[in-house]
Design a protein around this ligand. Structure first.
Ligand SMILES: Cc1cc2nc3c(=O)[nH]c(=O)nc-3n(C[C@H](O)[C@H](O)[C@H](O)COP(=O)(O)OP(=O)(O)OC[C@H]3O[C@@H](n4cnc5c(N)ncnc54)[C@H](O)[C@@H]3O)c2cc1C
Length: 385
């Protein structure tokens, strides 16, 4: 086994120990509390996970995508709120700033994000711009060396606890996706506020989700990320990173469902036998197992495509997100049924997996949208249209 492979295995082991010892025992309580301690973010920083996939020259841990997927998977197995935090903070924000920021921007923001001193959020979605991101109406208007930001974002993970928001706004001159630009807003700042969503989420209850309002927030041009009008491409490239984390996290949920179902199938006796001795139960366990391995293999394939800079990365990443989240959805559904009334209450974690997996099918582009992305990659543009 090569030294690189050893190192990938040791990162997975580290993530598994952290997830098993420091996350999983508290996940149910954090879910009930609807928050997780800030100390968990600091620990993610100490372990090098907040900078995991960033190159060493940017202060990162330098993991390749395949290695970092294992971190997402292990965290997803323990707690989707923690895994979701990481996919946003590191996948959508830090990696995006690493890819598109200037040296000065990286030097200012990445070290703070890397230790967890600052928390990042990614502000794309608006009330009337969900799947149709190009229709967003938050505006940034240029005033010399400054920009003035007006608008509102909704369902922003970490939005109520963030120190830095990566925000996408309409600047023109082009229409729709041609007219979007990315900015960093350092928080708090005048004219900014966050508000609770006013709903109880189905899952990811330990995570923070908020609405962000920007009323004339002033942003120096030095906090513009990338070129004017390049925001849509920047937002999409960030989602390629984040979606890999979502897909790997879904594999973690599926594995956790399989573990819970197998344990129960061994222990629970009805009709004088282990329920695992009934063939219908065996079929469910076998299906979860086979589908989970297939999802894990697809995540690895997408991660390797990203690692080699393959032009097929987006199609494979969307395929992994689509397939792995649907596999985990079926696994959670079966696990709840196999645990009977225990699966229906919060004394066992499968009901949390069942709730959490719904979020993974919606955020970072719903699974309908993943199908559109895959089909677009297959078909190309209609030149006659
Ligand atoms: C837990 C959670 C965390 C989130 N975190 C963030 C975050 O950190 N940052 C952020 O910016 N956003 C975040 N979001 C928002 C999320 O990205 C959006 O909810 C998502 O992109 C879908 O938008 P929408 O909910 O407005 O649904 P809509 O776009 O209104 O879609 C409604 C339905 O119509 C379908 N649909 C829409 N268009 C098409 C089409 N062309 N073809 C087929 N079907 C279509 C959708 O798939 C969906 O089923 C989060 C959401 C959740 C639930």
């Amino acid at each position: 086994m090569s030294a690189e492979r050893d190192s990938a295995e040791s990162v997975r082991d580290l993530a598994r120990r952290f997830a098993t010892d420091e996350v999983a025992p508290h996940a149910a309580q954090w879910d009930r509390d609807e928050s997780m301690p800030r100390a968990i973010v600091t620990r993610l920083g100490e372990l090098g996970f907040l900078t995991g996939p960033l190159p060493v020259e940017h202060g990162g841990s330098g993991y390749d995508n395949e290695t970092f997927s294992a971190v997402y998977e292990e965290l997803g197995r323990a707690c989707s709120s923690v895994r979701g935090f990481l996919a946003v903070h590191t996948g959508l924000v830090s990696q995006c700033l690493g890819d598109h920021g200037t040296d000065a921007q990286r030097g200012r923001w990445l070290p703070r994000l890397g230790t967890g001193e600052w928390i990042g959020c990614y502000g794309l979605t608006e009330e009337d711009a969900g799947s149709d991101v190009a229709s967003l109406t938050t505006t940034a208007t240029r005033e010399g060396d400054l920009w003035r930001l007006n608008g509102a974002k909704t369902w922003i993970t970490n939005g109520g606890i963030a120190d830095l928001a990566l925000v996408f706004a309409r600047t023109g001159p082009g229409e729709r996706q041609q007219g979007l630009t990315a900015f960093v807003v350092e928080l708090p700042t005048d004219g900014w506020r966050h508000e609770p969503l006013g709903v109880t989420p189905l899952g990811h209850r330990a995570a923070n989700h908020a609405r962000l309002r920007f009323d004339g927030v002033v942003i120096p041009d030095g906090q513009r990320v990338g070129e004017i009008g390049a925001g849509f491409g920047i937002a999409m490239s960030a989602l390629d990173h984040g979606r890999l984390g979502v897909a790997a996290g879904a594999v973690g949920i599926a594995r956790a469902c399989l573990d819970a179902a197998v344990t129960h199938a061994r222990q629970r006796r009805q009709f004088g036998r282990r329920i695992g001795d009934f063939q219908m139960v065996q079929a469910d366990l076998a299906d979860i197992s086979a589908e989970t391995e297939a999802a894990a293999a697809l995540v690895t394939r997408a991660a390797r495509a990203a690692d080699t800079g393959s032009p097929d990365t987006t199609r494979l990443t969307s395929s992994a997100k689509l397939f792995a989240t649907e596999v985990a959805q079926r696994a959670a559904d079966k696990a709840v049924l196999l645990l009977g009334n225990r699966g229906y209450g919060d004394g066992f974690p499968v009901e949390r997996y069942y709730r959490d997996i719904q979020g993974l099918r919606i955020y970072e582009g719903t699974n309908h949208i993943q199908r559109l992305i895959i089909a677009r990659a297959l078909l190309g543009r209609d030149e006659g249209a």
